[in-house]
Design a protein around this ligand. Structure first.
Ligand SMILES: Nc1ncnc2c1ncn2[C@@H]1O[C@H](COP(=O)(O)OP(=O)(O)O)[C@@H](O)[C@H]1O
Ligand SMILES: [Mg+2]
Length: 320
């Protein structure tokens, strides 16, 4: 299915100004000097626009993009077949590039640096090296886990761009554009509410907007207003700042058992019955960015703000 909401050019790509400015200069320079644009690495949390920006780079340069998934590049043959089909000037986009098998990652080094891939063929004692010479290409890598990328791989990118979370103002602009594309009326209070539940993430904001459109459609109304948004969020089990039931369970545990104490992630994991990595990647970031908990060497602690959040939640949801 075509993604109507994916921006195709810089004008429709909101925010990430520094990143955009640098890329626009790199693209202009590449066009003027008739030189292949350098390899690019984009990193940052999911849904912030890495794939979209890679597409835009391709569009601006009028180049084809070949897509690949890092975790699916397991064997030498996978890398070879990826490169075998490129033609001069192509862009190769490797998503979740940290997931490439470490044994084949080395093949990328010489491919990126010298445009060569050396493969050792034949049985031990009678080995030959086959050298594959590649046409000029640009590799764009994207990752949510920057720390998992090895230094030698990082070093081969000419530019490394970090994606940061979006301001409310930026999310509202994105939502306004999206509602136009989706031919839906929405009032400003509704826009602000969706933005405040979006976790500062365009993908989440757009998905929430689409769910509100579903509610609007079923209610046969003309404009998305606060009432529709509140009703949709309530039915979806979403609370202030976009928290879900998982976040609430976590916060309740800290507020009921450990109000003034630090608690280790292992205890939290055991009691709320969630895997540690899930807690760290899926639950805590939103709680930390909203200052509902804090993280230290001794573990986690709920903040004053976290305690009042849960008190209010209990009142609104009529629990004691
Ligand atoms: N800067 C932006 N401006 C407008 N829409 C955006 C922007 N960044 C992301 N989006 C929206 O969010 C969706 C997800 O973005 P995507 O590029 O797939 O994120 P990532 O690859 O970082 O996970 C896009 O399809 C688009 O609808
Ligand atoms: Mg992506």
């Amino acid at each position: 299915m075509q993604n109507l909401l994916r921006p195709n050019d810089f004008d429709n790509f909101i925010g990430q100004k520094k990143l955009k400015d640098t890329l626009e200069v790199m693209i202009q320079s590449s066009i003027q000097r008739k030189k292949q644009i350098d390899h690019l690495l984009f990193y940052g949390p999911a849904g912030l626009g890495k794939t979209s920006l890679a597409n835009i780079v391709g569009n601006m340069l009028n180049k084809k993009i070949k897509y690949a998934q890092g975790p699916l590049l397991e064997k030498k043959a996978d890398i070879l077949s990826l490169f075998a089909s490129i033609t001069k000037g192509d862009i190769i986009f490797i998503d979740e590039i940290h997931g490439i098998n470490k044994n084949v990652e080395e093949l990328l080094y010489s491919a990126m640096e010298d445009g060569l891939i050396d493969i050792v063929l034949g049985p031990e004692g009678d080995q030959r090296i086959m050298r594959m010479k590649l046409p000029n290409f640009t590799l764009i890598g994207a990752t949510t886990l920057f720390s998992k990328i090895s230094q030698p791989l990082k070093d081969r990118f000419g530019f490394i761009g970090k994606f940061t979370r979006y301001s409310n103002h930026e999310i509202i602009s994105i939502l306004k554009n999206s509602s136009k594309i989706l031919k839906t009326n929405i009032d400003i209070k509704a826009l602000k509410k969706i933005s405040s539940y979006s976790r500062s993430t365009p993908r989440v904001a757009n998905n929430l907007l689409k769910r509100c459109i579903d509610f609007l459609t079923v209610k046969k109304m003309k404009t998305i207003n606060l009432e529709i948004v509140n009703d949709a969020f309530f039915k979806m089990g979403l609370y202030k700042y976009g928290l879900t039931d998982q976040h609430i369970i976590y916060l309740k545990f800290l507020s009921e058992s450990f109000k003034n104490n630090w608690v280790s992630i292992n205890s939290i994991s055991g009691i709320i019955n969630e895997e540690k990595t899930n807690i760290e990647l899926e639950i805590e970031p939103l709680l930390i960015s909203n200052e509902l908990i804090k993280k230290g060497t001794r573990g986690r602690q709920i903040t004053e703000k976290g305690i009042s959040y849960i008190d209010e939640w209990n009142k609104e949801n009529k629990v004691n």
